[in-house]
Design a protein around this ligand. Structure first.
Ligand code: GLU
Ligand code: MG
Length: 443
């Protein structure tokens, strides 16, 4: 973008609207559209939202015991001038990611994006930076009856061919937004696709992921398709994960600090300690990354999604996979899904990794088996634990995790849990077709 103030730049580039966005604790992009006449005002002062908005579930139900109510005031969403993107599918509009401020100008302790900035700064204090790549999976359906947009098989070119118009439009829009797509492919499930955006610093990676998701939905709609990032849209369908890839870099030189060809694992001491931190906080990270009623249904043994706490080299059944060694070396955490708040999730991964570094933890040897298919006796012999078997258990683990509570800060930790627990309680009161089929005439 040309130099000058944010408002000048937006006017010079012909935008009529600026969408100012933040994420709520459900991971939804929220915000307002601001007309050109107000650009200068909002660039400086932001636009206000009620703190109460952060105590609503994804069904827009206020939690029963809110901390933020009608009388607890506002936050100001001030656009980050470094995070302004064109919206090629709405060409008169640009989208900006905001940071949430108190009325006195200080950052609000409840801002998810600022929480990720804080985690990144703590990593910098340890002399490190992280390159983060997010890998979302999603379905394309032709209707709400979940008719797959194609029956083409996994990784087939037929799967690309069937949705080539969608893929070309999506790719084109991402180019126009300067979001470097690495690949898009046909995943395992019918109508399921997967994409990776090139790694970037943590906040940029999450900003780009949110734009990717918005663009997928918009392009799908324009082509008469429905895109779903739901973890498990149907019990019979493969789940949709949001795998997080992370490599450590030297803050000063940018040199790789992830790999060590001289260690049998191929990983540096720091990467092994960081990885061990992920394993030590695996349950709580699953509460943060897979926090909804639907999430736990994806994390089943032998499903390609992880169900056990272990790590492996090139092992897709493990919670943490090291996808490659040498210059490709990075760590991949696999239990999260697209219903998380991605800023909080990646912040949690950084805090957990830092805890591993600070305590000098060791992850033990990699697991070489398809853990989802090992008998219980073998899992016990190898001391491999299950991930939390329910979302309730995962959220309880997050509640008890002091390193994550301290890293995220008490406000975010408590309010994220409050919202997700209220949502889960509402789900728990539902009566489903499965229950009627099982119990209507029974016993
Ligand atoms: N769909 C699987 C998941 O839910 C992941 C498949 C893969 O890309 O390895 O995590
Ligand atoms: Mg995949």
């Amino acid at each position: 973008m040309v130099l000058g103030t944010l408002a000048d730049r937006l006017v010079a580039e012909g935008y009529a609207q600026l969408w100012i966005c933040y994420t709520d604790y459900n991971g939804r992009l929220a915000g307002r559209s601001i007309p050109r006449s107000r650009f200068a005002h909002v660039a400086e002062r932001g636009t206000n939202f009620a703190k109460a908005n952060f105590n609503f579930t994804i069904l827009d139900q206020q939690v029963p015991d809110p901390r933020f109510t009608a009388d607890t005031g506002d936050v100001l969403a001030i656009p980050d001038p470094e995070a302004v993107y064109p919206l090629p599918f709405h060409p008169a509009s640009a989208l900006s990611f905001a940071l949430l401020h108190e009325e006195d100008g200080s950052l609000w302790a409840g801002c998810p994006r600022a929480a990720l900035q804080r985690a990144t700064a703590a990593l910098a204090d340890a002399g490190l930076s992280a390159l983060v790549g997010l890998e979302p999976e999603f379905y394309l359906f032709t209707d709400e009856a979940l008719t797959p947009a194609t029956q083409a098989g996994m990784y087939t070119i037929a799967g690309l061919d069937a949705q080539a118009v969608f893929i070309e439009q999506l790719t084109q829009h991402l180019v126009e937004m300067d979001i470097p797509l690495e690949q898009i492919g046909k995943e395992y499930g019918p109508g399921q696709y997967e994409a990776t955006v090139s790694p970037a610093d943590p906040v940029t990676a999450v900003d780009r992921y949110l734009l990717f998701r918005l663009t997928v939905r918009s392009v799908a709609r324009a082509h008469g398709l429905l895109a779903s990032f739901m973890p498990k849209p149907d019990a019979a369908l493969a789940g949709c994960g949001l795998h997080v890839h992370l490599s450590l870099r030297d803050l000063a030189t940018g040199a790789d600090r992830t790999s060590d060809p001289d260690h049998p694992s191929g990983l540096s001491t720091e990467a092994r300690a960081f990885l061990a931190g992920w394993l030590a906080h695996a349950e709580a990270l699953t509460g943060l990354g897979a926090p909804t009623a639907n999430s736990a249904k994806r994390l089943q043994p032998a499903s390609w999604a992880p169900a056990h706490i272990c790590w492996g080299i090139g092992n897709r059944a493990a919670l943490v996979r090291v996808p490659g060694l040498g210059t490709r070396a990075r760590l991949e955490f696999r239990s999260g899904d697209n219903t998380c708040n991605p800023y909080l999730y990646v912040a949690g991964l950084i805090w957990a990794g830092l805890d591993g570094l600070q305590r000098g933890l060791d992850p033990g040897p990699p697991v070489e088996a398809d853990v989802g298919r090992l008998p219980a006796s073998e899992l016990a012999a190898r001391d491999i634990r299950f991930l939390p078997r329910s979302t309730e258990a995962a959220l309880d683990a997050l509640a008890e995790d002091t390193a994550l509570a301290t890293g995220l800060g008490p406000l975010l930790h408590q309010e994220f849990l409050r919202v997700k627990r209220a949502e889960l309680a509402s789900y728990g009161l539902q009566v489903t077709p499965w229950e009627r089929a099982a119990y209507f005439e029974a016993p």
